[in-house]
Write a protein that binds this ligand. Sequence first.
Ligand SMILES: *Cc1c(COP(=O)(O)O)cnc(C)c1O
Length: 233
Amino acid sequence: MTIDDHSLPNKTDPVANLAAIREEINLALVEAGKPADSVAIVAVSKQHDVERILPALEAGHRIFGENRVQEAQAKWPDLISRFSDTELRLIGPLQTNKAKEAVALFDVIESLDRPKLAAALAKEIKKQEKTPALFVQVNIGEEDQKSGIAPSAVQAFVDDCRDEYGLSIEGLMCIPPADADPAPHFALMAKLAKSCGLHSLSMGMSGDYTIAAQLGATHVRIGSAIFGQRPPK
Ligand SMILES: *Cc1c(COP(=O)(O)O)cnc(C)c1O
């Protein structure tokens, strides 16, 4: 029932970890003067197989994140047919030629990071008459190797999504720079979301979810602290 042993592959119990993490987040929220249970836990199940995911579903968890369309297509349709209120979120980069599959499978796409993808998603949303919620990915640390919209361009991009592509944006998502204090990045994300009039904020991973929750996350994306270390690909 500890989350400290999440480096031990398969020694860890995802259901117990989820409960412990929820409690930890609630303590952090209350400490920050925020209501308990105001942050959704996205259980990041990438690279874990169906047998590893199933107990979390059976225990009632419903919000999951995957980072590859093809992997999610192999794992999730059967699970979703059994647990129809599952909310499946795409948190990894999306190629325009996978927009069709992504719109068909995911309830939320968190990685909208460029105009070309906005155009491709708009086309599919119209065609399939299915509207996943969309988050704009922000390159909050302005790192060359990371995708995402630069902080100074977020407002214009959100406006363009609406005005040029007819897409409504629900929130912002970020992956802050590794090996740096995430707090200033989370704080800037909260400021950006507020100035864009967006209410949802996906930030915080296994190493920093309590800080993210205190700084305004509405969704934290947690993989290894729930499921243990990911098996090698
Ligand atoms: C893998 C991944 C996570 C989860 O990472 P952990 O450190 O295992 O919690 C969160 N967000 C994104 C975008 C990811 O790719």
